[in-house]
Write a protein that binds this ligand. Sequence first.
Ligand code: XMP
Length: 513
Amino acid sequence: MPEQIVILDFGSQYTQVIARRIRECNVYSQILRYDTPAAEIASLKPSGLILSGGPSSVYNEDAPLPDKEIFKLGVPILGVCYGVQLFAHFLGGKVERGLKREYGKSALSIKDASCALFAGLPETLQVWNSHGDKLTKLPKGFKPVAATENSDFAAIENKERNYFGLQFHPEVVHTPRGREIIANFVHTICKCGKNWNMRSFIDQAVEQIQTQVGSERVILGLSGGVDSSVAAALLHKAIGAQLTCIFVNNGLLRGREAASVREVFGKHFKIKLQYEDASKLFLGRLKGVTDPERKRKIIGKTFIEVFQAATKKAGAVKFLAQGTLYPDVIESVPIAGNPAAMIKSHHNVGGLPKNMKFKLVEPLKCLFKDEVRQLGLELGLPKEIVYRQPFPGPGLAVRILGEVTQKRCDILRAADTIVVEEMKSTDWYYKIWQSFAVLLPVRSVGVMGDERTYEYTIAIRAVESQDGMTADWVKLPYDLLEKLSSRIINEVKGVNRVCLDISSKPPATIEWE
Ligand code: XMP
């Protein structure tokens, strides 16, 4: 059991950020539902507990409350925002509904410099608030240690029990020195060392995989994306030739994608790679189909069919490995106003059917995306794969409006290759969320030499985003746009016009479909 901090999630949109911040201190942390029984928490032997914020008020009838036995675990507890109300609720304080929500920046004055939470910090700090209710009477054994203009109890402490409450959010970037507050909690108060890093993770994970799998064989669907690639490299390190990766070419891949997967995994890592070229099957089934939802359904269904047939070819296999990440497995708290609950349902498509008779191996399921990238680098994967932009499962089909044909795929692939090349050579590729070409099957008139042309249009889409849920279009420099436009028009036969998509999400989406 790694040394760890357990976070109980009361539905704050920032819960995952707290876990991230703790891991940045090289301490493992995991998020559990707010009502996880204290005995279960105790079995993890946490060095400390954090009670997250949340949209509720302890006075609501359906307020999420923890198992009260957590206050008998004898470990330090940090309550953030709603977490402070929980101290009041269970340990005898008082909370009142704030007349107005305190939202945004404020200045925190530290009143008791001996409080370990604020060690090494200046007397005044900028902090970020987002709360409606307010503590008006301290719970038993607590004293105030810091105040804001609005609250005398912005930070409170029970020295004897090592309990701390913060009315503000130390985890968000708008509390610039919040990382130090969290570091003080985990290192000084909970006495955690710095044991969580990707090198130690590899050793643990390799051992776990070997124990789980024994001498059985494992298959993995390799998409060329970051998660499945890192999972493949990790599994290969653990079980070598017991791993077979299946790579399906659906005919909707980017330029050189299939070739690069074969080079990296087949030639370099010498992973057993089963390459399934099903491009004709996919394109055949997409013939004449223009409705975006139908296209997606056909691609999803065909993928499952091809993958299932491929697993049969692979022979006797007991395990199926998947590159599931931590944010996919955190159970979101079913509280109205919890945005995490909404985010989960989005695009969770393209999965394999439940009736496939494999046991699952999910070696990345406790990692965040950037930890997976670090792990990939540690395992020797090239930067091209580790920092690859997200690419949708249905591939180029969501970037060709109307019917998907071989010819249109070839045109888009050629244009997209130019976009990727130019974005990479200027390093913009690595600075933003996504950049790609879209084929608009609208023809317009142009001239080339002495001839009139009547050809398609390419739209360039470049967006910045944190998670794909919202996005802003990127103001790429004019000289880069000029290069993209002239290269695409000169080099890609069938295109005579290039446009730039300057819409944000919402109301537009990232992909055009
Ligand atoms: P939209 O177009 O909804 O896309 O703004 C948001 C993010 O999701 C990606 N995307 C997908 N990813 N399978 C995936 O794995 C899909 O079917 C899919 N559709 C969209 C998109 O590229 C963007 O990053």
